[in-house]
Design a protein around this ligand. Structure first.
Ligand SMILES: Nc1ncnc2c1ncn2[C@@H]1O[C@H](COP(=O)(O)OP(=O)(O)OP(=O)(O)O)[C@@H](O)[C@H]1O
Length: 374
């Protein structure tokens, strides 16, 4: 290019355009910049969608062919009103077996913070890798690579369940330990909270009737929880799934389940300081081993309560049919809320009926009302 050409290009580029009187080179610069940003955006979209796993509604159980599969969907119901009515109207999707209920922001003044206590609070800000032994002083900090290897790359065949906030995979660690890996879906802010709560609440807890959390993984956007593997499905499947003509749940087994649950709950409420209120006691959160021993699982909604007194929550959470009415109406939480849910569960175990069953005639939908007639 000659000096003349360069001067010509320079003068052409310096000419003002009709776009806000900007010079041509500024317009070209903006245009090129926008294209680069668009390409980067498309690339990141591509990478994100490749890393995402398919969402399973009816996963195949790896616990054994004998474990029945029960079809169910969990509905999240959120109240956006700052002050819901004293007796809230719950929108119900007829036909669904279970309904997760969330009454949000009941009373900001009460200042709820999930699972807050004077105990240690983990910081999960770091990404990428981490020490083998967790800095929390218990369990292990697993790398994403380890858990991908354990679960065959989070393979569909390894899916054993799906909850409101994540997909659960069976896996085998390098030392041959069978584990359940819960990959929390990051599509709701709740997942991050659920992760922290589970780590804080059950990280240190050891009880034969509470599912044991072995460790966790925090890498990039991934939040995973690693539990002991409980190999006989959950109580909901055995009560309401296809178990053949005669249920294997004899009265003795049912009593054993109720007793084990009572011990687990007594430990949470009486044996720990601060005590733990589970807030989501229901049949699908009771895992069973081959000897039919129950293990309470899914502490994602749990709360630590320091004092003897009740606690007013800003969000009433739980599953429809199991939530104590006084807790739903007032937001006042204490361990009795768990005991109410436990009572509903006992009725469910005895009768074999779901707490709420919309396939029944209107007067028979609510199990609690039916049982109160006897
Ligand atoms: N430690 C475990 N061992 C074996 N199976 C497990 C384990 N943890 C969870 N599962 C299986 O994965 C399923 C989903 O568990 P998860 O706790 O995520 O959800 P959920 O309790 O069914 O639903 P929600 O989260 O909505 O309350 C369980 O019902 C159970 O069948």
């Amino acid at each position: 290019m000659t000096v003349y050409d360069a001067a010509f290009v320079n003068s052409e580029l310096s000419k003002p355009t009709s776009i806000f009187g900007l010079r041509l080179w500024v317009v070209i610069g903006i245009f090129v910049g926008a294209i680069i940003v668009l390409i980067l955006f498309l690339l990141s979209l591509c990478i994100t969608s490749r890393r995402r796993r398919p969402y399973h509604r009816h996963p195949k159980l790896a616990a054994g062919e004998t474990t029945p599969v029960v079809s169910k969907e969990i509905q999240e119901i959120v109240y956006h009103d700052a002050a819901p009515p004293a007796v809230p109207e719950i929108q119900i999707d007829i036909g669904k077996v279970e309904h997760r209920v969330v009454f949000s922001d009941r009373s900001q003044a009460s200042g709820e913070s999930r699972a807050t206590s004077g105990t240690e609070t983990a910081s999960f800000a770091s990404g990428g890798g981490g020490p083998e032994v967790s800095h929390l002083g218990w369990g292990r900090w697993y790398t994403l690579r380890e858990l991908e290897a354990a679960t065959n790359g989070l393979a569909d065949e390894n899916v054993i369940g799906e909850g409101g906030y994540g997909i659960v995979y069976s896996g085998v660690l390098g030392d041959n330990t069978r584990v359940a890996v819960k990959n929390l879906l990051n599509n709701r802010g709740q997942a991050e909270k659920e992760f922290k709560v589970e780590v804080e609440v059950i990280g240190r807890v050891r009880h034969k009737n509470l599912v044991r959390l072995l460790g966790y993984c925090v890498e990039g956007a991934y939040r995973m929880l690693v539990y002991e593997y409980v190999d006989n499905g959950n109580l909901d499947q055995w009560l309401h799934g296809d178990v053949g003509e005669v249920s294997p749940l004899t009265w003795e087994i049912r009593m054993n389940i109720i007793l084990g649950m009572a011990k687990g709950l007594a430990y949470l409420h009486e044996g720990l300081e601060p005590k733990v209120v589970h807030r989501d006691i229901k049949s699908s959160n009771i895992l069973l081993d081959r000897q039919w021993n129950p293990k309470v699982s899914d502490f994602g909604l749990a709360k630590l309560l320091c004092s003897e007194s009740s606690y007013v929550t800003t969000r009433v959470m739980g599953t429809f049919g199991y939530v104590a009415p006084e807790y739903a109406c007032t937001g006042m939480l204490n361990e009795k809320s768990d005991i109410y849910s436990f009572g509903i569960l006992i009725m469910e175990i005895i009768s074999g009926r779901s707490p709420v069953d919309y396939s029944r005639p209107s007067g028979e939908v609510d199990l609690e009302i039916i049982m109160s007639l006897f």
